[in-house]
Design a protein around this ligand. Structure first.
Ligand code: ADP
Length: 290
């Protein structure tokens, strides 16, 4: 199955253009939608999840016309929003049990097996008696995945899942996503480049409602091979370098300011060639936006 998005546009009633003619093909596996805050990621995710209307365009998910056949989409969708209302007084086991009951599973043994399978899958079995309000951010996200997995979805949408998670929790969450992501479509919306580089076999970069780039991360990086140059400079010189070179990023490291520039050929001024990273890809395409 594949999602085909064609010329999707959305303007909010206050005049903000959140999506402009977005066209994307999203195959099975993990797909990264990368962009800064306000880029339009959540709007796109919510439209695909049928939680919001588009103004124009088309989305097809296999045989389903997503914008009109909302009920069909809901049957195969698992959606994990940035934040979702919890029932903080319940423990993980009971809450999941209730959701499974709502899905129409009356048989107790069947429910018990399903709860156990899901909680073990997201590695929260040992915490099953803990109230949700005591869960850390990462545990909540993993619980969210258990909820998303309830209906055996073919499409899972995860919106900014790792914002606010510590490195260990992020790692666990990444592992979980890559375990479940083989034969279904998982769309991961994020502003964190590392989320995409570690996980996703395909990606798009979005900003101001427009897709700036789409490909797989390996091609994206290869495109910049031999064209990224680095140098440490005085912080006060940044502006000069910015005027003269195609500066794509700067960072502080051990008290020094390192700049990275894009150039087809070796620049003057003792720049050293540096292997491109997905972060270079991200900043390169953001800086190309007009
Ligand atoms: P992202 O998820 O990439 O941070 P969003 O899709 O949330 O981006 O937002 C895209 C743009 O649309 C932003 O400028 C945001 O302020 C605006 N926006 C989002 N939701 C609404 C809304 N309900 N009403 C008006 N503007 C909105």
């Amino acid at each position: 199955m594949e999602i085909e998005i064609t010329k999707l546009s959305k303007t909010y009633s206050n005049g903000v253009v959140a999506l402009k003619n977005v066209s994307l093909n999203i195959p099975t596996g993990l797909y990264g939608l990368l962009g800064p805050n306000g880029a339009g990621k959540s709007t796109l995710m919510r439209i695909i999840a049928t939680l919001q209307e588009a103004d124009s365009g088309e989305i097809r998910l296999g045989d389903i016309d997503v914008l009109t056949q909302k009920r069909e989409v809901k049957k195969i969708l698992g959606y994990l929003p940035q934040e979702f209302g919890f029932y903080p007084k319940d423990n993980a086991y009971n809450l999941l049990d209730q959701f499974i009951m709502l899905k129409g599973v009356r048989n107790k043994k069947e429910r018990r097996e399903k709860v156990e399978m899901l909680l073990k899958r997201v590695k929260l079995w040992n915490e099953r008696k803990q109230k949700l309000k005591t869960f850390s951010g990462g545990m909540k996200q993993r619980f969210g995945i258990a909820l998303a997995l309830l209906g055996n979805p073919k499409l899972i949408i995860v919106d900014e899942p790792t914002a606010g998670l510590d490195p260990e929790e992020r790692n666990r969450f990444h592992n979980l996503l890559s375990e479940i992501g083989e034969d279904i479509i998982i769309i991961l919306s994020t502003h964190i480049v590392a989320d995409v580089s570690q996980l996703c076999s395909n990606m798009a970069i979005i900003n101001n409602g427009e897709i700036l780039f789409k490909d797989n991360p390996v091609n994206a990086i290869n495109f910049l091979k031999g064209k990224i140059w680095e140098k440490d400079i005085l912080k006060s010189d940044i502006e000069n370098y910015e005027k003269k070179y195609d500066l794509i990023s700067n960072r502080l490291f051990t008290g020094k300011t390192f700049i990275r520039i894009f150039s087809e050929t070796k620049p003057e001024n003792n720049f050293e060639s540096s292997p491109p990273t997905l972060e270079d890809v991200y900043f390169y395409w953001l800086s190309r936006e007009n």
